[in-house]
Write a new protein. Structure first.
Ligand SMILES: [Zn+2]
Lengths: 349, 283
């Protein structure tokens, strides 16, 4: 097994994984030694048999431990899984789910923000259905992370996304967006170039784009920066992603006056940011399950589930007449919120 | 985004203008900007703009409505909308307690006032955010009220004016607050399709999720002089880029220069400017 970034609650699991790897190596060595002396016809080699039994037991324990650990993640643990460096990002999903990806760059106004990746893609069984794929990209290696501002898009990124979405609308191509951002970039240039306006316009335009839109929060769904590409007909979250108005650290710093392990835990819990929470609040339609132990343990497994969901939803949406689709999209967001209403006489001043 | 907004919004607008938020009661007030003593009645008569230095003091939604409307024409709507605590949110204080304290303090149910009015004889829909209630933050009630105002303007074929001042989306309603951004923007898309005129007025301060939704979607965007308007707050930006921010950064005049705001309008001219623009663009 490759060197693995360790989350503290994963320590026993990773330790077990190391033991399994060691035992597996020993078994392989024993088998090779046995094979080299031409003893494969010998009925039982006690060393090999013992190792095989041990290994099987360890694997069983590992599976049980993994299932147990991942079934009791706290909201803050979930945030940390969502940020795992080995967790698949948009570009990895693209390479796993697309038969073809024709990347399209730039916003034609200012530049090409690498924190947003966009292009025509073919997904699903051959020849693949055509979609416009748009996602946040956080970056994997240091240089890419810096170029992408760790997934914090600038106004030109949001405008790039909108330009490609309008292109999709023009040619009747459905849109798939992958959300993975800590938030839109808070910087001087971003403000000067109208960060708030860029996000607002995206939401307004997405609400009336005449083509189906599906969105999946694959990792972090940080506030307006996430919603700026997530006004969709169907929205799902990967099982261990988060989606909220603010990051737990940001919230802790303001409401608890200090962000530390304890207040981050508390803020993450209060913000109701997990996939299950967002589902029960009616903010998302579905949760896409991840392989046991998270998408970072099995990228292909996660990609398969994501692709399955996207294909199913697009198929369903393709049969809805456009005006009805837009009406449903409007109502999807229109009904969000929770308030009481008393019907007092209108007051005049 | 609320991080940005809420952090900055609690601070004085300018470090050089101490205590601008603490205007003492009495006949005489000290201007928070120039520190000169002003006769209270004079300040009120000048719409809470300092007669000495032209500093625009922050005002409540009721005061804003009073200033904008032709006398006696404001008909409040959607006033029965009351916030609840859908998440059972608790930080150092519970959201329930916070709401109650704010309601007692302000006499308002939430941070918005909306309705129909006439401005120099032109009928319009208006929604004003209220900074005095939880920093004008947008939760379900603010989002719903603004959305209804947009829908009412669409149905009644009226120009829409929204006066913003807000710390951003309200953290205590988390994802539901966030969704108000999409909800209000979607309603404005329909208003736009119907050919409605939306004048967005930005006042000090407007940040976070309010800026990044309806406040930036005006057909025409006006700002009061000196108003701080941004997506992220100055402190968050400073922490991110680790350098001094330029003089006047994120102020109304700076935004005009950046191409984000159409006009910077002193409070005393707001009514006539709105009326003038309605005559150009309204139906
Ligand atoms: Zn003064």
């Amino acid at each position: 097994m490759a060197t693995f970034y360790q989350l503290d609650f994963e320590k026993p699991i990773v330790e077990l994984e190391r033991q399994i790897e060691a035992a597996d190596n020993r078994l392989k060595a024993e088998l090779a030694a046995a094979g080299a002396t031409g003893e494969e016809s010998t009925p039982i080699n006690p060393t090999i048999a013992t190792l095989q039994v041990e290994l099987a037991k360890m694997r069983e324990r590992h599976a049980a431990e993994l299932t147990a650990t991942y079934s009791r993640l706290t909201p803050w643990d979930t945030v940390r899984v969502a940020r795992h460096p080995q967790r698949p990002q948009s570009r990895e999903y693209i390479s796993m789910i697309c038969r073809d990806f024709a990347e399209l760059h730039g916003d034609r106004r200012y530049g090409d923000d690498p924190a947003i990746v966009s292009g025509f893609a073919r997904i699903g069984p051959s020849p693949g259905i055509k979609v416009m794929l748009i996602g946040h990209q956080k970056g994997k290696e240091t240089a890419e992370k810096i170029a992408c501002h760790f997934g914090c898009a600038h106004p030109e990124g949001y405008r790039k996304a909108l330009l490609k979405m309008k292109l999709a609308e023009k040619f009747g191509v459905p849109i798939v967006t992958l959300v993975d951002t800590p938030g839109a970039y808070p910087g001087l240039g971003a403000e000067q170039r109208g960060q708030a306006e860029a996000i607002a316009v995206n939401m307004l335009e997405m609400s009336r784009l005449r083509t189906p839109i599906v969105s999946v929060v694959i990792g972090e769904g940080g506030s307006g920066g996430a919603l700026g590409i997530a006004v969709a007909d169907r929205v799902a979250m990967m099982q261990h992603s988060w989606y909220s108005v603010i990051s737990p650290e940001g919230c802790a710093a303001i409401l608890w006056k200090e962000a530390n392990e304890q207040t981050n835990q508390a803020a993450a819990r209060s913000l109701k940011l997990t996939a299950a929470d967002n589902l029960s609040l009616g903010i998302i339609n579905e949760i896409i399950p991840e392989p046991v132990g998270g998408a970072h343990r099995d990228q292909r497994g996660a990609a398969t589930n994501l692709l399955g969901w996207v294909l199913a939803r697009l198929n369903e949406l393709s049969r809805v007449p456009m005006d009805e689709l837009l009406q449903q999209r409007y109502e999807r967001f229109r009904k969000m919120g929770s308030y009481l209403e008393s019907h007092a006489e209108p007051q005049a001043n | 985004m609320t991080q940005a907004s809420t952090e900055q919004s609690g601070r004085a607008v300018n470090e050089n203008r101490p205590q601008r938020r603490s205007i003492p009661e009495g006949l005489w007030l000290r201007c928070a900007s120039c520190t000169k003593m002003i006769y209270k009645r004079h300040l009120e008569a000048s719409l809470h703009v300092c007669p000495e230095c032209q500093f625009h003091h922050r005002i409540s939604a009721s005061e804003r409505v009073k200033q904008l409307a032709d006398p006696g024409t404001f008909q409040e709507m959607f006033a029965g909308l009351t916030p609840c605590d859908p998440l059972g949110f608790k930080d150092l204080k519970s959201y329930k307690d916070r709401l109650l304290a704010e309601q007692i303090k302000t006499g308002s149910l939430d941070a918005v006032k909306a309705g129909r009015l006439f401005i120099k004889g032109r009928e319009a829909m208006v929604a004003c955010l209220d900074l005095t209630f939880m920093m004008g933050s947008m939760g379900s009630v603010v989002g719903e009220t603004v959305t209804r105002a947009v829908e009412e303007a669409t149905a009644s074929n009226l120009p829409l004016i929204v006066v913003s001042c807000s710390g951003g989306a309200r953290m205590q309603e988390s994802g539901l607050s966030l969704m108000q951004m999409a909800k209000t923007s979607a309603a404005l898309a329909r208003f736009d399709d119907a050919g409605g005129l939306f004048i967005s007025v930005l006042t000090d301060p407007t940040t976070g999720g309010v800026t990044a939704s309806f406040a930036m979607l005006g057909d025409i965007i006006l700002a009061e002089p000196g108003a701080l308007v941004g997506f992220a707050g100055p402190r968050v930006i400073q922490q991110t880029i680790r350098q001094e921010l330029p003089e006047g950064f994120q102020r109304a005049e700076f935004l005009k220069k950046s191409g984000i705001v159409d006009r910077v309008v002193p409070r005393g001219q707001l009514r006539s400017e709105i009326a003038r623009l309605i005559d150009y663009a309204g139906k």
